[in-house]
Every structure is written in C-alpha cells, then in structure tokens.
Design a protein around this ligand. Structure first.
Ligand code: NAD
Ligand code: IPM
Ligand code: MN
Length: 373
C-alpha cells in the first residue's frame, strides 16, 4: 500500500476497506504493508522512492498506489520530484502496459459533458497505454543555458520490442471483447510513430479475428468525444495515452472514476492506481471521489488475486459500486440535481456495505450495467 500524497491516502483508505470486504466474502485474507512514496517519502526519507519501499513492493503480490505530487514539491529538480518516484517504481517493476478501462455507467449518463445523444450511446473503451518508453524515459532530457538563451530537450525513443509487446497485449484483450484495436499514433510526423504503425500492422497478422484501425492522435482525441462507442481497445504510446485517458475520464463524467492496472512482462507484482492525481485542491477535505481507487482495488484482485476467487472478489466490488451509484449516492464531482451527496469516506463505507450485504443476501454479485449493453 503506497497511499502517497494529496487525496491519495483518502481514496486508498476507502479502496482497502472494500478490497478487504470483498476478499473476506471469498475467503481471502489480505495482508497490507504501508510504505511512503512521492512527496510523503521525500518528507520522511528525503527521496521519492526509498529503497525500503521498492524492496517491499518487489516482495508483494501486488501494489496499490493512491497518487503522488503536489505544489510543495513542484520546485524540486526533476529527479527529486514525487513524480520521478512513480516513474522509477514503474520502471523498476518492469511495468510496460497500463490498462485503463473507461466505461460509462448508466446512472451517470447525465453527468457526462458530452452531447446527450452521444452520452446516451455510452462507451466501453479499454485504453492500453505503453508505460516503459517514449518521452518519459528517453535521453537526453535536460534544460540548458548557453549564451543567455535557455533551451530544453526531451527524447521520444521506442524500440520495436517495446511496441510489439504492448500492441500484442491490446490484440489479446480485444479478442475477448469487441474484436477491434484502434492504434493511435502521429505517423504523419514522428519517426517513433512510423515504427509504431508498422509494428502494429505486423502484429495484426497474428490476430486475424481482430480488426486493426489506425488513427492519428489528434483525430483520436476528437473521436473519443464524437463517436466513443466505436472504440473497443485503444492502444498508444506513453504520452498520448496519458493525455487521452484524462480526456476519456472527463467524457464519462469524472476523472475520479477511472482505475488502472500496470502490468509487466516479468512475474513480479502489478501496480494498481487510479488514473487521477493528488488533486491538491480537494486533499484533506473528504471531497474526493474514491471510485477510481476502489475499482483499482478490484482490478488488483482480478489480475493479481488467486485465480477464480480473486476474480469473484473483483466482480463483487464492481457490482457494489454500480448499486451504490444506482441508489443515487454521489461524491460532489458526479453529483446531479436530486443526488444524495456524500464524502469520500461515506462513499467508501457505502460500497463496503453493499459488498457485505450482497455477500450475505443474494449470495453472489449482480451483473453491472454499462450503458451500451
Ligand atoms: P489531478 O488528477 O490531481 O486533478 C485534475 C482535476 O481532476 C482537478 O480538478 C481535481 O480536483 C480533479 N480530480 C482528480 N481526482 C479526483 C477525484 N478522485 N475526485 C474528484 N475530482 C478529482 O491532476 P493535476 O491537478 O494536474 O495534478 C495534481 C498533482 O498530481 C500534480 O503534482 C501531478 O503531477 C500529480 N499527478 C499524479 C498522478 C499519479 O500519481 N498517478 C496522476 C496525475 C497527476
Ligand atoms: C498518470 C500521471 C503520471 C504520468 C505522472 C504523475 C508522472 O499523470 O499516471 O497518468 O504521466 O504517467
Ligand atoms: Mn496522467
């Protein structure tokens, strides 16, 4: 457990309660070790990813993280910033794919900023974001002053195998869904994107049952708000995936709703974290939406839990979230007229109780109801 900064501790507290309740319903006891990361770790240990934190992550079955960063640490040089701790953690655990499911939930159709007829058609997009390369890790990356003029450089670099493994994952995931991969790049300008597109085309030959479409990233941004129902799995490089996933979160009503799973090519632990950041303006005020963190805990049980009981525990969490939303409970970010507005911890309690009542009541998770089913 790496609660981190800002709203991180509040949303992860809610997520852990739900994870424990769902685990208990399936006979799973979950051992949690709490460690500092990001700004919290800078304050406690002087660095954003202490060796002790990384070692404990490596020994765990899975890592649940809240968020890192905040204004207090924004002036630090880049390697010392909270965000560098998160990037180092992803790299050290060999996490190369970040899966960000974006689903519109029927009770939240009115919260979407999209035009009513677009929102009503719903969306169920799986964003697969490459997580190990691109501008985030390419060198050189620095700012310099020469003759009174400052200049800066970052490097977008991709090796073919980095592209191939994440595109392959996208095809595998899509084969179990609506069998369409949208590969997003900027191949009309960038060399990395031409490599990306050629690799995607080559990999596609191994998945004849899944359709491959290419789109430039600017057009894909528009597609996400104009015709989001057309997209099944969207796979893209690191920076594009970062940007498009916040946009997609806004489209379904709130960034606070989105969970994610970062998976690696090794057998080490996965990292599960909401897509949102530390939201300094909401921190410590019991205002943050914990659903993204709660659904991240569900993804943790799904991907890192012990097989069938983990998957059942994950389904219990998802179904409980839907029932709480169906009953009209909302944190302020997703409140509408007539909503029962609650805070972070009350929302966590409501979901936990819904998991418990489901376990004791009907004896199994109810099916959820995305708008496009
Ligand atoms: P942010 O995601 O923290 O906030 C963006 C907007 O979304 C804000 O209006 C915020 O109030 C709202 N929001 C975010 N999460 C919410 C939630 N759970 N419930 C309700 N509203 C929510 O992004 P930012 O403001 O650009 O960045 C703040 C800090 O977080 C920065 O230091 C940034 O580097 C860091 N950050 C960290 C992560 C991470 O740890 N994975 C992700 C993004 C940003
Ligand atoms: C995210 C965040 C991070 C990223 C930052 C905090 C480094 O925005 O997880 O989306 O850009 O990957
Ligand atoms: Mn981001």
């Amino acid at each position: 457990m790496l609660p981190g900064d800002g709203i991180g501790p509040e949303v992860t507290a809610a997520a852990v309660e739900c994870m424990r309740e769902a685990g208990a319903a399936e006979g799973l006891a979950i051992d949690c070790t709490y460690l500092p990361v990001g700004g919290d770790a800078i304050e406690q240990c002087g660095e954003p990813l202490p060796a002790e934190t990384l070692a404990a992550c490596r020994e765990s079955d899975a890592v649940l993280l809240g968020a890192v960063g905040g204004p207090k640490w924004d002036r630090l040089p880049r390697p010392k910033r909270p965000e560098s701790g998160l990037l180092a953690l992803r790299a050290s655990l060999g996490l190369c794919a970040n899966i960000r499911p974006v689903r519109s939930h029927r009770p939240l159709v009115g919260v979407s900023p999209l035009r009513a007829d677009v929102a009503a058609r719903g969306m169920d997009v799986l964003i697969v974001r490459e997580l190990s390369g691109g501008l985030y890790y390419g060198t050189p990356s620095r700012c310099r002053s020469r003759g009174g003029t400052r200049s800066a450089v970052d490097t977008m670099r991709y090796d073919e195998h980095q592209v191939e493994r994440v595109v392959r994952l996208a095809f595998q995931l899509s084969a179990r869904r609506r069998r369409g991969v949208l590969s997003v790049d900027k191949a009309n300008v960038l060399s990395c994107s031409r490599l990306w597109r050629e690799t995607a085309q080559r990999v596609a030959a191994d998945y004849p049952g899944v359709a491959l479409e290419h789109m430039y990233v600017d057009a894909a941004a528009a597609e996400l708000v104009l015709r989001p129902w057309r997209i099944d799995v969207l796979v893209t490089e690191n920076t594009f995936g970062d940007i498009l996933s916040d946009l997609a979160g806004a489209a379904v009503g709130s960034l606070g709703l989105l969970p994610s799973a970062s998976l690696g090519h090794s057998s080490g632990p996965g990292l599960f974290e909401p897509v949102h950041g530390s939201a300094p303006g909401l921190a410590g005020r019991d205002l943050a939406d914990p659903i993204g963190a709660i659904l991240s805990a569900s993804m943790l049980l799904m991907y890192s839990g012990p097989g069938e009981s983990g998957r059942r525990a994950a389904a219990r969490i998802e179904s409980a979230v839907m029932r709480v939303l169906d009953a009209g409970y909302r944190t302020p970010d997703i409140a509408e007229e007539g909503s029962k507005v609650v805070g972070t911890s009350a929302m966590g309690d409501l979901v936990r109780r819904a998991i418990r009542d489901d376990g004791h009541g009907r004896g199994g998770p109810a099916s959820e109801s995305p708008t496009n089913e």
